[in-house]
Ligand binder design. Structure first.
Ligand code: C2E
Ligand code: MG
Ligand code: MG
Ligand code: MG
Length: 283
């Protein structure tokens, strides 16, 4: 905040900032017990093939049922988990939990799990994935690990080595939120990703902005030439879906097709999402 105000200005005491800091500390303390108290859980959002008829897998999205605050968004608690180091324990739990759940699904359905940059800072990540595969018995190629460009930004060679080791295990590596980082294109050269997820911001604007559409088109074309699947995330409107089909995108994810819901709701096989969205609970 002080930085954004520019040089030559200094921070004055702002009671609302102290309040925010205290609230964050409270949340951090509560988060320490959340795992043991079984307050963390995963919802699963379907990923569809381009026709929007068949699911090819589900993305695990974490939620925190706080005893006083109710459901807390990952956008709020994941950064706290990252700064406090708690993400290591929480991330390891999510990996096993998601693989375990996916074992109940028909074979071809994949499970995607998000990884934080902090999980890359130690070698244990490879051991944890190995362990999750072993104790759940899931076929490695059904597990997709979603990473963001920030993983490639810091300590790049170390992290790319880890990505290669993960790939050796037979799991798939996905580049999430593609297009939002500083040098997205550069990273495509550094690692053979299995899938790119075009960031929702481009999908949101593609029907109204020539620039956003051009970027979606370029990423889709690039994915094809590089033999990477391309998933559009944040598909909310039929017009967006139609345009993505026309552009040759390979997979669709978004509220139009299905919201994140509890594992118990998952009905696999050919289900037309556009006709049965009512069975899913709201986000
Ligand atoms: P993400 O991995 O990019 O996940 C996609 C987010 O977009 C999810 O938000 C999902 O609910 C939301 N979304 C999907 N379709 C639509 C749509 O059509 N419209 C709109 N407006 N939103 C849509 P969510 O669940 O709140 O998660 C936010 C972020 O939190 C995730 O972004 C991911 O970065 C992080 N996150 C969630 N679960 C985990 C986890 O288990 N571990 C880690 N490290 N991060 C997680
Ligand atoms: Mg993701
Ligand atoms: Mg994303
Ligand atoms: Mg995102």
């Amino acid at each position: 905040e002080a930085k954004r105000q520019g040089k030559g200005r200094y921070e004055t005491f702002r009671p609302e900032l102290a309040e925010l800091a205290r609230e964050r500390l409270d949340l951090e303390n509560d988060l320490r017990n959340a795992l043991a108290q079984q307050e963390l859980f995963l919802l699963y959002q379907p990923i569809y093939d381009i026709s929007g008829v068949r699911t090819t897998g589900f993305e695990a999205l974490m939620r925190w049922r706080h005893p006083v605050r109710g459901i807390v968004s990952p956008l709020e608690f994941i950064p706290i988990a990252e700064n406090s180091g708690l993400i290591l324990e929480i991330g390891a739990w999510a990996l096993v939990e998601a693989c375990h759940e996916a074992c109940h699904w028909p074979d071809e359905q994949r499970i995607s799990v998000n990884l934080s940059p902090a999980q890359f800072r130690r070698q244990a990540l490879v051991d944890e994935v190995t362990r999750a595969l072993a104790i759940t018995g899931i076929t490695p190629s059904r597990l997709e690990l979603e990473i963001t460009e920030s993983i490639l930004l810091d300590a790049s060679q170390h992290n790319i080595d880890i990505l290669h080791q993960l790939k050796q295990l037979g799991v798939r590596i996905v580049l999430d939120d593609f297009g939002t980082g500083y040098s997205s294109l550069h990273y495509l050269r550094s690692f053979p990703f299995d899938r790119l997820k075009i960031d929702q911001s481009f999908i949101r604007e593609m029907c109204d902005s020539r620039e956003a559409l051009a970027i979606v088109r370029a990423v889709t074309g690039m994915g094809k030439s590089l033999e990477m699947e391309v998933t559009a995330e944040g598909v909310e409107r039929p017009e967006q879906m139609a345009l993505l089909q026309q552009e040759g995108c390979s997979h669709l994810q978004g509220f139009l097709l299905g919201r994140p819901g509890p594992a118990a709701d998952i009905v696999c096989g050919p289900t037309n999402a556009l006709e049965s969205t009512s069975s899913r609970v709201p986000n």
